[in-house]
Design a protein around this ligand. Structure first.
Ligand code: ADP
Length: 406
């Protein structure tokens, strides 16, 4: 037993000689032995020291051992202290003993047999130590649980705050973009109309403009066009946020729509070749403007992300009797597999700054418009490079019937 975890044993007897005897018997147990020659002295000791075992004579002049045991038991701190009574065997003593809880109380007849006393004390001392260790472990465990709980609560509170801050920052950003887009719309419309008139006049020869002016006007027209498209996307996002992006379904010849767009995009590039494969008379009930934006966004990306040029395949086909497919395939830089899920998120851009000519909104809006048509858009990565976007949608959008509860 090390000095640190030595247990204290209180020996109570009015005869100092007996105390000396107990001391001699218990010396080898390795406990700290404390003497008391009266019940009062014993109580004083108990108040100041943590006692594991009380060894006491039943017959003492002022207060007998049983009365002292009673008083010890009343103190909450000593309810579990082990008590060993030493007495000449008397029936009355044995009867009184029966009233005590078994385990924490023991009885040794006098004259004491040293080996028995030692054995009993050893067992009780060990029990005390084990209990103390268990309590310490329990306390440590409780402390750790409390610590972890506090840390977890703090981190959850931190995360909650960060999330609220991030959400409100996003809201501010979206509101700002929405206001900016609305404010830009009017001057842009004027600018666009004016530049178109000027370009047309120069083109027709109404204005005798030098080449540099004609080229400058063409650049202005192209950039205004780009600005108009970007602003249009911001407006679409703002409408999506406020559930105001709606579709108006009209029978639309999808082949003709694709042909028109392919012609417009062909005029924008010298490096790419468009190959259109469209089934004739494929008329579907779609929002013509929305479907045009879907195809136009996909074509725009096909051009942007195949900077070396190459073939761009556009397909318009029936899928069974009920659905149609629109697809655009380029041979450009493609999209790494780990980013393929994210590219339909708003503001998400998969490539380095060199390619960032947009806002990361095109595919988000495209997917939302397709979803309004109850369709899907998927990205495929062909084995020989590039990207293929496939839109699948029904020829006729089912109008959801409102559910009425009686
Ligand atoms: P952006 O305005 O940046 O083009 P989009 O929403 O249209 O935004 O596209 C999101 C991202 O997906 C792009 O930034 C780009 O990284 C990637 N992406 C879209 N289309 C293609 C494509 N055809 N080839 C390669 N990457 C593409």
């Amino acid at each position: 037993m090390s000095a640190n975890d030595q247990v204290n044993i209180l020996m109570v007897d009015d005869q100092p000689a007996k105390l000396l005897t107990y001391e001699a018997i218990l010396a080898e147990v390795g406990a700290n032995l404390i003497r008391a020659t009266s019940a009062r002295e014993a109580l004083e000791r108990l108040l100041t020291t943590e006692i594991a075992i009380v060894l006491m004579d039943v017959n003492m002049p002022e207060m007998d051992g049983f009365e002292l045991a009673e008083m010890i038991r009343q103190h909450p701190r000593y309810q579990k202290t082990a008590i060993i009574f030493i007495s000449a065997v008397r029936q009355t003593d044995l009867d009184r003993l029966k009233g005590y809880e078994v385990g924490a109380i023991d009885y040794i007849p006098a004259p004491v047999i040293p080996a028995i006393l030692r054995a009993k004390v050893r067992v009780l001392a060990e029990l005390f130590q084990k209990t103390r260790q268990l309590e310490e472990m329990n306390q440590e465990l409780e402390r750790r649980v409390e610590e972890r709980t506090a840390a977890l609560e703090a981190s959850m509170a931190g995360e909650r705050e960060a999330r609220i801050a991030a959400e409100s920052a996003l809201q501010v950003r979206d509101e700002f973009l929405s206001i900016a887009a609305h404010e830009l719309k009017t001057p842009l419309t004027g600018l666009s109309a004016a530049s178109q008139i000027l370009v047309r006049k120069v083109h027709k020869g109404d204005l005798d403009a030098p080449l540099w002016l004609a080229n400058g006007l063409r650049t202005i027209e192209q950039q205004v066009d780009r600005l108009t498209r970007l602003t249009g996307r911001l407006l679409d996002v703002s409408r999506l946020d406020h559930d105001k992006l709606t579709i108006e379904l009209t029978p639309t010849d999808l082949g003709a729509l694709a042909e028109r767009l392919v012609a417009a995009f062909t005029a924008r590039t010298t490096k790419h070749t468009f190959v259109l494969s469209a089934e004739p008379d494929l008329v579907a009930d779609v929002d013509a403007d929305g479907m045009e934006r879907v195809l136009s966004n996909l074509l725009d990306n096909a051009l942007k992300y195949s900077p070396e040029g190459g073939q761009i395949d556009v397909e318009v086909a029936r899928v069974g009797a009920q659905r149609f497919r629109l697809s655009v395939r380029d041979h450009g830089i493609g999209i790494p597999p780990e980013q393929q899920e994210a590219i339909f998120q708003r503001f998400y851009q998969a490539h380095a700054a060199d390619y960032r000519s947009g806002l990361g909104l095109g595919l988000y809006i495209t997917q939302q418009i397709v979803a309004l048509h109850e369709g899907t858009i998927e990205l495929e990565s062909p084995a020989d490079g590039g990207a293929r976007f496939v839109v699948l949608a029904p020829m006729k959008v089912k109008v959801a019937t409102p559910v009425h509860t009686p």
